[in-house]
Design a binder for this molecule. Structure first.
Ligand code: MG
Ligand code: MG
Length: 275
C-alpha cells in the first residue's frame, strides 16, 4: 500500500473472521497456482487477468483491486483483477493485451479476493523462462526477506522486529528495500492498520510519525499482509503516466513477494498458501 501517516486501532479477528479469511486466502492461492502454470513467453498480462478473474468469481468472491481508488484525488480507479508488473515495474501494473511476456522477463503478480466481506492478498514474482543471474538472485532475496519477516511475526515480538528482519535479509544480499510502499494490516478491508514498514527508520523522531506502530507488540488474532518490494538498484520509485504502474527510478529490476498471515500462539499461519 502507498505510504501514509494515519494510524488507528489494530483489530483482533474472531474465529469466524479468521475462517472467512482462510477461504479468501485459499482462493488467492489457487489463482497463484494457475499463474505459475500460465506464466511463459507469449502470454499477455490480459490473459492472466482473465484467468484470475474467472477463478475468483467461480467461488462467488470479488476481485479486490477492481475500482480501487487512485492515490490522487480524482485519478483513475484500478481497472483490473490483477496487478501485473514486469521487470523494472514493481507494483500496480495494469494488465493489457499489448503486454506480452518474453523469455527472461520477471513478472510480479499481485491478487486480492474478497470472500463474504473478508480479504486475501498475495503477490509473487515469477521468472519467465530462463532469467539472468541478477534476476534470480533478486527473486531469492525478496522471497527470503518475506520469510524472514514471517519468522519474526510471533506473539510478543514488536512490529519493528518484522521490519528489521525483512530489511536485513534483502540488504545483506546487496539489494535495496522500497520505502514508499508498505506491508499492512488486512481483514474486512484490504488495507487496515497498522502500516508495517519493510525497513527500520533511522531517524528516531521521524519514526514516531512515519511508523507509529513500530514498538507495539503482536497479538494472536492480528492479520497482516507482509509484502517486501526489493530493488536491484536504488530504492526510489516513480509512478508512470497511467497513474498506477510503479517502476524503479533507475530502471533496474524489482521483485515483490506477499502473503496474508494470521498471528497465532505458535507459528504464524499463512492464509494465502495452498494447503
Ligand atoms: Mg497485494
Ligand atoms: Mg498488500
Amino acid at each position: 500500500m502507498l505510504f501514509s501517516r494515519q494510524t488507528n486501532g489494530i483489530r483482533i479477528k474472531t474465529a469466524r473472521e479468521l475462517e472467512l479469511m482462510r477461504t479468501a486466502g485459499r482462493i488467492v492461492a489457487e489463482v497463484h497456482a494457475r499463474m505459475r502454470e500460465m506464466v511463459q513467453p507469449g502470454v499477455t498480462t490480459a490473459d492472466l487477468d482473465a484467468a484470475a478473474e474467472a477463478i475468483i468469481r467461480g467461488y462467488d468472491a470479488i476481485p479486490a483491486f477492481v475500482d480501487y481508488p487512485n492515490a490522487r484525488q480524482g485519478g483513475p480507479v484500478f481497472p483490473a483483477t490483477l496487478c501485473t508488473s514486469i521487470n523494472d515495474e514493481l507494483v500496480h501494473g495494469i494488465p493489457s493485451r499489448q503486454r506480452v511476456l518474453a523469455e527472461g522477463d520477471i513478472i510480479s503478480i499481485d491478487v486480492g479476493a474478497i470472500y463474504k466481506g473478508y480479504v486475501g492478498d498475495s503477490g509473487w514474482t515469477y521468472a519467465v523462462g530462463q532469467v539472468s543471474d541478477e534476476a534470480q538472485r533478486l527473486l531469492e532475496a525478496t522471497e527470503g526477506s518475506l520469510w524472514a519477516g514471517i519468522a519474526q511475526a510471533t506473539v510478543g515480538n514488536r512490529f519493528v522486529d518484522v521490519s528489521r528482519a525483512v530489511q536485513q535479509f534483502a540488504e545483506e544480499r546487496g539489494f535495496s528495500i522500497v520505502r514508499e510502499y508498505t506491508s499492512h494490516g488486512v481483514g474486512s478491508k484490504m488495507h487496515e492498520e497498522p502500516q508495517i514498514l519493510n525497513f527500520v527508520p533511522t531517524d528516531r523522531r521521524d519514526a514516531a510519525r512515519s511508523y507509529p506502530a513500530m514498538n507495539r507488540r503482536l497479538s494472536a488474532g492480528m492479520t497482516f499482509a507482509l509484502e517486501p518490494m526489493v530493488n536491484a538498484g536504488v530504492w526510489e520509485t516513480r509512478v508512470l503516466d497511467d497513474e498506477w504502474t510503479v517502476s524503479t527510478k533507475d530502471g533496474r529490476l524489482s521483485a515483490h513477494f506477499e502473503h496474508t498471515i494470521a498471528i497465532t500462539d505458535g507459528e504464524p499461519e499463512i492464509l494465502t498458501k495452498l494447503s
